[in-house]
Design a protein around this ligand. Structure first.
Ligand SMILES: [Zn+2]
Ligand SMILES: [Zn+2]
Length: 177
């Protein structure tokens, strides 16, 4: 006995981890196979949905298409007899809350611990927080003391060259009476 079940259900709350997860109510497409076996009903198949999180480097939103594989055996209660199999399967297909623990386990194990918007995401500038991906040549010249010194020399040097006279006092000026 085998039955296929395709259904879209809203994601339950808190499906995922602290850094990435399925938002509550997001469509979860279930493509399942329900097999009657000796012990109960074997449910296998996939759940397809979209996880949303935050890039650990640049804090941008990360969307991740997720396909997780499910495989769970739902045992019949011991007092059920074989004739109740149909009823059991009906319960299972109509009450998919039973799938939640299996779905939760499968989703969490599939989610990345450290989501990134892209593998080579350069993150944020440690000085000003700008997205380095938007501005790869970004730098802070003023904050570097070597650059500050050079800029100082350049800005003082230009007027001196124009006037032709040294900025500091000449030996003649030192004599006073
Ligand atoms: Zn990023
Ligand atoms: Zn910066």
């Amino acid at each position: 006995m085998m039955r296929k079940l395709q259904r879209t259900v809203p994601a339950p709350a808190e499906l995922g981890t602290e850094v990435i997860g399925i938002r509550e109510g997001t469509d979860v497409e279930l493509d399942l196979r329900l097999e009657a076996v000796m012990e109960g009903v074997l449910v296998s198949g996939t759940a397809t949905t979209v996880a949303v999180g935050e890039c650990i480097r640049c804090l941008d939103e990360v969307k991740l298409d997720l396909v997780v594989h499910l495989g769970e055996l739902y045992s019949y209660p011991e007092n059920r007899v074989a004739e109740d199999q149909d009823e059991d399967r009906q319960e299972l297909s109509d009450d998919l809350i039973d799938l939640e623990p299996a779905l939760r386990d499968a989703v969490v194990s599939e989610l990345p611990f450290q989501p990134v918007c892209r593998e080579d995401c350069p993150g944020l500038c440690s000085e000003c927080g700008v997205h380095l991906a938007d501005d790869p040549d970004h730098s802070h010249e003023v904050s570097d003391p070597r650059w500050s010194a050079l800029q100082g020399i350049l800005s003082e040097g230009m007027p001196n060259q124009a006037s032709g006279a040294p900025a500091v006092g000449t030996p003649d000026d030192t004599k006073e009476s």
